[in-house]
Design a protein around this ligand. Sequence first.
Ligand SMILES: [Cu+2]
Length: 102
Amino acid sequence: MAVEPGTTVRWLNTSKQGHSVTAYEDGLPDGAAYFASGGFDTEQAARDNWGSSSGGTMYEGQAFTHTFETLGEHPYFCIPHERAGMVGTVVVTENPDAVTES
Ligand SMILES: [Cu+2]
């Protein structure tokens, strides 16, 4: 998805499975705040804590929000379903309408 800076994006788990929203730390633009469900500061911490009670799991009906302030591409994934291709990118741009969704 493409959004303007300052946009708060909300992910809602509408499935029966637990998911995560976990940023690819190395893929974030310089200066961008790290984001992950569970509030982790690093991708490694999010991965290490997956499966624990504080693991950042979003259960059915739970949401995670993040406000994007930095221009650029913000790739993220779902920890348990990364290998299944559950990944995405939030593109932060001054002109979201010009971005072609892939
Ligand atoms: Cu998932």
